[in-house]
Each structure stands twice: as structure tokens, then as C-alpha cells.
Design a protein around this ligand. Structure first.
Ligand SMILES: Cc1cc2nc3c(=O)[nH]c(=O)nc-3n(C[C@H](O)[C@H](O)[C@H](O)COP(=O)(O)OP(=O)(O)OC[C@H]3O[C@@H](n4cnc5c(N)ncnc54)[C@H](O)[C@@H]3O)c2cc1C
Length: 443
């Protein structure tokens, strides 16, 4: 690296971080992208890994391969644990343990968010989450192992527990997982078991809100609710989770009635909050934060009082935008342009302006709700086609796009799943709760 060139350090090679990096591909700067994982993750497609449609590599391209044609960018694997904004330095922990120090001239902070248990961190021990590729692979093993155990189980009470999947949170992740498990058990695996009937699996989706898919248009919410119920998902709305323990979810319904759902597999898809490193940066800079702990940035995505620090994506509150892919990508691009302007390489892009391209969620095979540009609202098969086109569009690489589209088509017409491996080790895990992915939960 050149001593006189501006050092841009990007924390997080997710959607926001990588859009910023690629915008700077021709700039005379030295970019270091630090990530605790060696891949970028298309979180929107992770649930397809969890139900065996896609393989992990298809939704998690390697950061090195994405940047192989960008000589000014270096990828570093490690977890950033401390930032000193006054000295413009940060510390990362290498995968083998030792710490490394980095200096920056410009910091682009894009670490995303972590799961929020709303003050009940003890729930993490007994629920699965869907935030990292480890989570998706674990979830796939858990779902398939439960069905394998069901084939062997004679005790009806135990059988009911193994074949009940409880999902807490009816946002896009919860809705997509519920729909996908319904499709897996009702159609894909229908003929694969001899003693146990997978279509008898109970899938319960619980949310304290009065509707599914909170941020969507009311008509699309209704369409999603109908589609879920048609596919056999029990949707419990206006229902508060009062406790989660190993093997059960305790609930309180709209009229105060209490209940208990016994389930060996509980997926927590209920909330997100700032990462530990996000909390540390906010404290160190004295930056204001919102109720999720996101740093409230100015209209150039900068931390107030620290013009060299940009915060983007889920970690930032920029005009109270939702924690979805489009703000992260657009903010990443905008920050790249702003840095170029500061180097005198282009004109100032001015304040960040968000362009709403819409939201969508898939509910099982050939069924989705999609709101494109806030104008086109589609549900059912038409929504599903739009979902597939847009998701394949954002996957890195031409061949990966073709493959993802082909897999979607295969999933529509063929009743089989190739990605159904449970390793011998994971099959033997029995009731072990989800693996603690410490970085996802703490970092
Ligand atoms: C299951 C799921 C489904 C989703 N579905 C959709 C959808 O359908 N549509 C949609 O628009 N959005 C969806 N989202 C949200 C979307 O994926 C995010 O809004 C988007 O990825 C945010 O981008 P980001 O760059 O801020 O963070 P991320 O893409 O999360 O990237 C953050 C990166 O930072 C790294 N990192 C974190 N902490 C550290 C650290 N301390 N040190 C080093 N590296 C670190 C992480 O490893 C990660 O690579 C979904 C999210 C999830 C979890």
C-alpha cells in the first residue's frame, strides 16, 4: 500500500460496505475491507438454504473473489472489537486469536445488526436464528433431523414436539420461513417417509402485532395471511410471547388467555438491534442513537462531529429508513461518491436521497407478495416471478444469476430438493440448542 494515499477502512463486507468499495474501484485510495466472515451474505435468500433449495455458496459469494479485479482493495478476516475515533484507529481480533491495529483516514462503518431478544438474552440458548450462514445450515439440519426423529418416534407426545415448528415474529423472515417449511413438509417430502406423515407437521407463526408483514401495504398483508393459512400455517396474531425455554414457547393471546406451545424447533425472527461494535462506536463518538441502537447520521451518512466516519446500512439511522437491502446499497454508493468528491475526482453528490424500489416476501412455492416502487403491488404467482427476477438480479456473477433462476424454476416444477444433507455430527445433536454464533450475537 502507498504511504501517501488516503486509507479507507470499511468495517463489514455486507451489502452497504461492498457497494461503497466498488464505487471506489478506480480511485487512488487504499481500501481495507474487514469482515468476520469471508463472504458477503444475501440474507434475503438464506431461508432457501434453510429449507434445502439453495446451497450456502449460492447465497454467500467470497469477498476475495468479488474484489479480485479491484487492486486497490484488500480483504482482511477478523472481528473489529474496538474503534478509537479520536486517534483514527481500530482493533480487530484475528480468527487465530491475536489482535491487530489499523489506522484509517476515512472509516466506512457497515457491520449490520444482530438479533434482539428484547431484554431476554437467555432465549438465545434455546432458539434458532437466521442471521448468518451458520444459522441457515444449522436450521436446515434441525428441520431435517426433527423429521428423521419423527419417523422413529412411537410416543405421540414426543412426536408432536418433534413435528411442531414455532416461529416467533411474522415479519418477512418469519413469514418466508413458515411458508417454506409448509411447502417442504406438505409437498416436497410428502412421499419420502413411510411411518410418519410430514404433512401433519404443525407450523405456528406468532406475532404480537395484529397483522403479518408489518411494513407492507394492507392488501398485501391480507394476501400473505390468506396464503399462509391456505398452506397450513397456524398464524397467531395479537399474541405476545411471555417466555421461551428449551422446548416450549409460552404465549398470551389477545384476551389475556395464556398458552404453551411445545416445540423442539423454535425460530426467533422477532427483532434486530445494533451490534456490540456499533454500541461502542456510538459511545466513543457520543453519536445519537435510535431505539434499535442505530447511529443517527447526518444527510451525508456521517457521524456528527466526525466527518471522516460514515455509517451506512442497517447500522445507521438515515431518515428512519427500514433495515432492508436497498437503503444499505444506496447509502454505500452515495458514500463512495462523497469520498470521490472529497478527493476532487467528481462533483459533490449532495445530500443522500433514498429511492424506494419496494419490498417483497415469498410465501412457499410460486407465491409471493411484492410492492415494486410503491406503485406495482402484486401477489400470488405474479409476485413470485417478480421476486425471483429481482433476487437473482442482485446475486453476484452471471452464472450465479442463471443458477439461482434455474433453481427457482426447478423448485416450481419439480418436487425435490438437492440440498438435504444432514452431516452425521449434526444428526446426532438431538435437542442441542442452536449453536452460539458469538459474533452474530455479540459482535
Ligand atoms: C433472514 C433475513 C432476510 C432478509 N430479507 C430481506 C429481503 O427480503 N429484502 C430486503 O431488502 N432485505 C432483507 N433483509 C435485510 C437485509 O439483508 C439487510 O438490510 C442488509 O443486508 C443490510 O446491509 P448491511 O451492509 O447494513 O449489513 P450486512 O449485509 O448484514 O453486512 C454486515 C457485515 O458486517 C460484518 N460484521 C459485523 N460485525 C462485524 C465486526 N465486529 N467485525 C467485522 N465484521 C463485522 C458481517 O459479517 C457482515 O458481513 C433480510 C435480513 C435477514 C436477516
Amino acid at each position: 500500500m502507498n504511504e501517501t494515499r488516503t486509507r479507507v477502512v470499511i468495517v463489514g463486507g455486507g451489502l452497504g460496505g461492498m457497494y461503497a468499495a466498488t464505487k471506489l474501484r478506480k480511485a487512488p485510495v487504499d481500501i481495507t475491507i474487514i469482515d468476520k466472515a469471508n463472504h458477503q451474505l444475501y440474507q434475503a435468500m438464506m431461508y432457501q438454504v434453510a429449507v434445502g433449495v439453495l446451497s450456502p455458496g449460492q447465497v454467500a459469494p467470497s469477498l476475495r473473489s468479488m474484489l479480485r479485479h479491484q487492486p486497490n482493495a484488500r480483504v482482511v478476516l477478523g472481528t473489529v472489537t474496538r474503534i478509537n475515533p479520536d486517534e483514527r484507529t481500530l482493533v480487530l481480533v484475528r480468527p487465530d486469536g491475536p489482535e491487530e491495529f489499523f489506522e484509517y483516514d476515512v472509516l466506512v462503518f457497515a457491520p449490520g445488526v444482530r438479533t434482539d431478544y428484547f431484554g431476554h438474552d437467555e432465549y438465545a440458548r434455546c432458539v434458532a436464528t437466521l442471521k448468518t450462514i451458520d444459522d441457515a445450515i444449522w436450521l436446515r439440519s434441525r428441520i431435517l433431523s426433527s423429521l428423521e426423529i419423527a419417523e422413529l418416534e412411537d410416543d405421540p407426545e414426543q412426536l408432536a414436539k418433534w413435528t411442531t415448528f414455532a416461529i416467533v415474529g411474522a415479519g418477512p423472515t418469519g413469514v418466508e420461513m413458515a411458508g417454506a417449511i409448509a411447502q417442504l413438509t406438505r409437498t416436497v417430502l410428502r412421499r419420502d417417509f413411510r411411518k410418519f406423515d410430514p404433512s401433519k407437521t404443525r407450523i405456528v407463526l406468532i406475532d404480537a402485532a395484529p397483522h403479518v408483514l408489518g411494513p407492507f401495504d394492507p392488501k398485501l398483508r391480507e394476501a400473505a395471511l390468506r396464503a399462509l393459512r391456505r398452506s397450513g400455517v397456524e398464524v397467531m396474531l395479537n399474541t405476545r410471547v411471555t417466555n421461551v425455554c428449551d422446548g416450549a414457547v409460552e404465549i398470551e393471546g389477545p384476551d389475556g388467555e395464556r398458552g404453551r406451545i411445545e416445540a423442539k424447533m423454535i425460530l426467533w425472527a422477532a427483532g434486530m438491534r445494533a451490534t456490540a461494535i456499533g454500541d461502542q462506536l456510538a459511545a466513543a463518538t457520543g453519536a445519537p442513537t435510535d431505539r434499535y441502537g442505530r447511529i443517527i447520521v447526518d444527510d451525508h451518512c456521517r457521524v456528527p462531529g466526525y466527518p471522516e466516519i460514515f455509517v451506512i446500512g442497517d447500522a445507521a439511522n438515515q431518515g428512519d429508513l427500514p433495515m432492508v437491502a436497498q437503503p444499505a446499497m444506496q447509502e454505500g454508493k452515495h458514500v463512495g461518491k462523497t469520498i470521490l468528491a472529497e478527493l476532487g475526482l467528481r462533483k459533490d453528490p449532495g445530500p443522500f436521497k433514498y429511492f424506494n424500489k419496494g419490498t417483497m416476501a415469498q410465501i412457499g412455492r410460486g407465491n409471493a407478495v411484492a410492492d415494486a416502487f410503491g406503485v406495482i403491488k402484486l401477489s400470488g404467482f405474479a409476485g413470485s416471478v417478480l421476486w425471483a427476477i429481482l433476487h437473482a438480479w442482485y446475486v453476484e456473477g452471471f452464472f450465479a444469476k442463471v443458477e439461482v433462476t434455474a433453481r427457482w424454476l426447478w423448485g416450481l416444477f419439480a418436487m425435490n430438493r438437492r440440498e438435504r444433507v444432514i452431516t452425521v455430527k449434526s444428526a446426532a445433536l438431538g435437542q442441542r440448542p442452536a449453536p452460539t454464533t458469538p459474533d452474530a450475537r455479540k459482535g
